[in-house]
Design a protein around this ligand. Structure first.
Ligand code: GLU
Ligand code: MG
Length: 451
């Protein structure tokens, strides 16, 4: 009798991961056998406070409030589960993860959890009788590694070169319930964009994470490389993330649109206060929405991103844009009407970024801020006097400048837990010191690999 006879061959154990997407937008967590979910539903899995102090360079910023101490739990939010079966690589393990809130071991929410921060901010809006609907659009570079000839912008050839990848991506996003809309070739070489339908509240930020992780997963399975970094080469077109936001009352009626608005762009007076709040705090918001040194190579004039704090009607150089609506086919305008925040990239945590943008908008509502800084022109094409007269201020030119703006913004800081802020500043300072010797081209290369 030969050894091993009668012993069954192994089959891999399917795993489910409980994940948190941290302050620098990286999704991390722990996995367990999927058939043991019951055991993890209530108590989740262990987590370490200082994990939140990791820089994108994978080093912990020592100057954080936690050090080697403390224990936390990742408590899964079962409604947020993403399960995607076999994709292009049939031997790859299924992708199965659940977003978590970080809690203390007694179940109280942990101060520095970005998802909890967003959840609380959405509750503040609910107390004001407002719900939030949002969608994040993502641009990225796709290298299929097949040495295909360079394609032209927006071309069918570009679409065909990305079509196999795009088809799998759409299938996986559908399976994940992310409601994908479009996969499209962009202006840059090997640059594509993926859009999904808007969804409500916290789920919108979870969906942004799902899009990034699923895009990376499909690339991994196909042996391709993707990068969401804001700029991946000196001569590359930048990758943005555009956050579309709209406000509704608790009955679901749109609040941003008013066809009788005096401003002429149909932005309701509530919408004007909200936008005024966002613009007022934009330089400080950049510390969270454009949070890496490479972000500032993108926030430049004539990049169709954002370089000044201004609102523009259908203007792609505006940091806040009133998006086009369709009247074709008798579609009602009000539910389509939304504002697009463009000073954002994928080195940001979607939860943290969305939370602080909402805080700024809420401050505008509460203080009934008057909207100025509106322009139909690219703000960089206006003279300095014209900008001054319209109240259009430049955005920070570097991460240290953005962090300075944040430090000086007491109005915004009051809504951010002290320990979260201390960790964030420690991480960002460490990141600046780790990268300040790099040239512009080296920064592109460096972040192109990290994100
Ligand atoms: N690539 C641009 C950016 O960095 C956006 C182009 C567009 O409007 O789609 O945000
Ligand atoms: Mg685009």
């Amino acid at each position: 009798m030969s050894r091993g006879q009668g012993i069954e061959a192994l089959t891999p154990v399917a795993m489910t991961s409980i994940v948190t997407t941290d302050l620098i937008g990286v999704t991390r967590g722990r996995s367990f056998p999927s058939d043991e979910l019951e055991r993890y539903k209530v108590g989740g899995c262990g987590w370490v406070p200082a994990n939140s102090a990791l820089t994108p360079q994978d080093l912990i910023a020592e100057d954080n409030p936690w050090g080697a101490y403390g224990d936390l739990r990742l408590i899964p939010d079962l409604d947020s589960r993403v399960s995607v079966g076999a994709g292009p690589d049939a031997s790859a393990a299924p992708l199965d993860f659940i977003h978590a809130d970080i809690c203390e071991t007694d179940g109280t929410p942990w101060v520095a959890c970005p998802r909890t921060l967003l959840r609380k901010e959405i509750e503040r809006y609910r107390e004001l009788g407002i719900q939030i609907t949002a969608a994040f659009e993502h641009e990225f570079n796709l290298d299929t590694g097949t040495g295909q000839r360079e394609h032209l912008a927006f071309s069918l050839e570009a679409q065909r070169q990305g079509a196999a990848f795009g088809g799998w991506l759409l299938a996986a996003l559908r399976a994940a319930g992310a409601e994908p809309e479009m996969f499209l070739p962009e202006y840059g070489k090997q640059q594509y964009e993926i859009t999904c339908r808007p969804t409500q509240g916290l789920a919108a930020a979870d969906r942004a994470v799902n899009v990034r992780e699923i895009t990376r997963e499909i690339a991994r399975q196909l042996g391709h490389r993707v990068s969401f970094a804001p700029k991946t080469a000196d001569d590359a077109v930048c990758n943005g993330v555009h956050l579309h936001l709209s406000l509704q009352n608790l009955d679901g009626e749109p609040l941003l649109y008013d066809p009788h608005a005096v401003s002429g762009d149909d932005l309701s007076s509530l919408g004007q206060h909200w936008a005024a709040g966002v613009l007022r705090h934009l330089p400080a918001l950049c510390a969270f929405t454009a949070p890496t040194p490479i972000s500032y190579q993108r926030l430049q004039p004539h990049h169709w991103s954002a370089s000044y704090a201004c609102l523009g009607l259908r203007n792609r150089e505006a940091s806040l844009r009133i998006c086009p609506t369709l009247s074709l086919g008798g579609k009602p305008v009000a539910p389509q009407y939304n504002l697009e925040f463009r000073a954002l990239d994928a080195t940001a945590s979607p939860h943290l970024a969305m939370a602080v943008i909402l805080m700024a908008g809420r401050l505008g509502l509460e203080q009934q801020r008057v909207l100025n800084a509106v322009t139909d022109k690219a703000p960089s094409d206006l003279s300095a006097e014209q900008r001054l007269a319209s109240g259009i201020v430049p955005l920070p030119g570097s991460l240290p400048q953005a962090l300075e703006c944040l430090r000086g913004n007491t109005e915004l800081l009051q809504f951010l837990p002290q320990d979260l802020l201390a960790t964030y500043f420690a991480v960002k300072q460490k990141e600046v010191s780790l990268t300040e010797h790099l040239t512009a081209a080296q920064l592109c290369e460096h972040y192109g690999h990290l994100y």
